[in-house]
Design a protein around this ligand. Structure first.
Ligand SMILES: Cc1ncc(COP(=O)(O)O)c(C=O)c1O
Length: 392
């Protein structure tokens, strides 16, 4: 079987320095908030062109933390796509707020700015929920249309979160999503383009006061510098808890892994783009291949093609045939979030979600990682071409 994502090839490349970095933490005993955490946060901020970066427990918690910091809660609306991983929408109910689902653009699968504007306008007109924020997703690793989304945000005075769990490292005209967003978040789940060896996440932001708040919320609302300025507290301020927070610390071990992985990340992004280009050259004349916005560079968390949603000719017929030839595939995502029972009561944008509904029946993702060989890729391309030609 060709690996869908080959983490072992990457591990072999990283070699002894990676293992030494892990062993150093094991020997140091600084398992929680060891020095690697601050060092990684510094390097991550520099990579992501953000003044501040905060590591945390997961990509999900990276979305929860800014919502908590802004006091988003009951009665508030946060706009997001339905064509995404559940975590994007799950964090709204977690803080008591409501997601409002907005359709995506058919070529990039990312938020449609015009429909977003219409959705916000309708929520304001209905008057039941107060619009507070937008979560744009860099689905499959390609940047959302941030300039247009940021204009909608500014028009309505909302906060913008870039959920870059799949897209950390992607750029638009050389700029990372934080250029337009108040906050950019990511996940270090192992299969993500920048993944660790367990769970982890990060929040990048531009505002020092917000960063301070996030630092506090990450560790049980502990007092931070700005809370104790001009005050005296004779005990360790760690035990002065001034707001409701949580435990969302990332392990030192994961920071040590990520420091090593960050060294090769730029090079891996280039390799992912070469793999994507080869797929496009091999398949683009026969099936719909992914589009990245003009001026954008994707990180290709997934390489997702589309087949018509037709019995015997679509992706559900292709997947088992590829599997027989040792080629794994995956469907992200077969059921849009608004179609899942627990989310069915939340509002959807005017005009519904026709693009999301259609794509859910058409998309199929192919093996994608920086170490995919040209030979393996040729076999994948040949197998897909044969299937499409047989069925047309
Ligand atoms: C778009 C998106 N947002 C958020 C998350 C949540 O990240 P985590 O699994 O680290 O909590 C993921 C993870 O798969 C994701 O794909």
């Amino acid at each position: 079987m060709i690996p869908f994502i080959d983490l072992q090839a990457q591990r072999r490349r990283l070699g002894q320095p990676l293992e030494d970095a892990i062993l150093k933490v094991v020997r140091s005993g600084a398992y929680i908030m060891g020095p690697e955490i601050a060092e990684f946060e510094r390097q991550l901020a520099a990579f992501g062109q953000a003044p501040f970066a905060l590591s945390c427990g997961s990509g999900t918690e990276a979305l929860v933390l800014p919502l908590m910091a802004w006091g988003v809660g009951p009665g508030d609306a946060v706009f997001c796509p339905s064509f995404t991983f559940a975590a994007t929408a799950e964090v709204m109910p977690l803080v008591g707020a409501s997601p409002v689902f907005v359709d995506v653009l058919p070529d990039t699968y990312n938020l449609d700015p015009a429909r977003l504007d219409a959705a916000i306008t309708e929520v304001i007109a209905l008057g039941e929920l107060t619009p507070k924020a937008i979560i744009a997703v860099d689905l499959f690793g390609g940047p959302a249309d941030y300039p247009a989304i940021a204009r909608v945000c500014a028009k309505h005075g909302l906060k913008l979160i870039a959920d870059s769990a799949q897209g950390f490292g992607c750029t638009l005209d050389g700029k990372h999503p934080i250029h337009w967003a108040d906050v950019a978040t990511t996940s270090f789940f192992p299969a993500k383009p920048l993944g660790c060896y367990g769970d982890g996440g990060a929040v990048l932001c531009k505002d020092e006061r917000l960063h301070d708040l996030l630092v506090s919320l990450r560790v049980h609302g502990q007092a931070v510098k700005s809370d104790i300025e001009a005050k005296t507290f004779e005990h360790d301020p760690k035990y002065l808890n001034v707001r409701i927070g949580m435990n969302s610390r990332m392990d030192t071990l994961q920071a040590a892994v990520l420091i090593e992985k960050l060294k090769i990340f730029e090079d891996e992004i280039a390799a992912r783009n070469r793999v994507a280009d080869r797929y496009a050259a091999g398949l683009g004349d026969l099936v719909k291949v992914p589009t990245v916005l003009e001026g954008g560079v994707g990180v290709w968390a997934q390489y997702t093609i589309e087949l018509p949603d037709l019995p015997g000719r679509g992706r559900d017929a292709l997947a088992p045939q590829l599997r027989e030839q040792g080629i794994p595939t995956a469907v992200y995502y077969p059921i849009p979030i608004h179609r899942q029972g627990v989310y069915s009561a939340y509002p959807i944008a005017p005009g519904g979600l026709p693009v999301t509904e259609a794509k859910a029946g058409q998309v199929i993702s192919l093996p994608m990682h920086p170490y995919l060989s040209a030979d393996d890729q040729d076999n994948i391309v040949t197998a897909i071409r044969a299937f499409v030609k047989r069925n047309n």
